[in-house]
Write a new protein. Structure first.
Length: 148
């Protein structure tokens, strides 16, 4: 698995939206400015996440994007798969987009890459955006303590 810049930006945008969950919609330019994501690129990312059923949008005054589900219900793995595809380093070990290989049954490399996929999936499927928000808030609290 390799996280693309688009995948990184999607995760950062989702964290911002998660931090604002239940506070109303967040405008694209606000996310773009805060997260340093090019606005046009962010538009495409948010549309992909909306098409996947994670976001809703509203036009007009007070419009923008918001999460459809609670941050407790959305994992990092879900967003990465939407934007970057399978978590597996090889197609033959992907449970999401499996690609058959004639050597699958006797391949030592496939066995190792399956372990890699399982470890990555276990971590990313076990971390929700709520968990990341708690870590984000904790990091901010630590920085504030440093300056006091």
């Amino acid at each position: 698995m390799r996280l693309s810049k688009k995948g990184e930006y999607a995760l950062r945008a989702m964290i911002d939206l998660s931090l604002n969950y239940k506070k109303g919609s967040v405008q694209i330019h606000a996310i773009s400015e805060k997260e340093k994501i090019p606005e046009k690129f962010l538009e495409h990312i948010l549309l992909d996440l909306k098409k996947a059923g994670l976001l809703q949008s509203r036009r007009g005054i007070g419009g923008g994007y918001s999460l459809i589900k609670s941050p407790k219900e959305i994992t990092l793995a879900e967003v990465i798969r939407i934007i970057d595809g399978p978590l597996a380093p090889l197609g033959c070990v992907s449970s999401w987009a499996h690609v058959s290989c004639p050597e699958e049954k006797n391949c030592g490399l496939q066995s190792v890459m399956l372990d890699v996929r399982n470890a990555i999936a276990r971590i990313l499927e076990g971390i929700t955006f709520d968990d990341v928000c708690k870590r984000t808030k904790g990091a901010l609290d630590q920085r504030l303590m440093y300056y006091i």
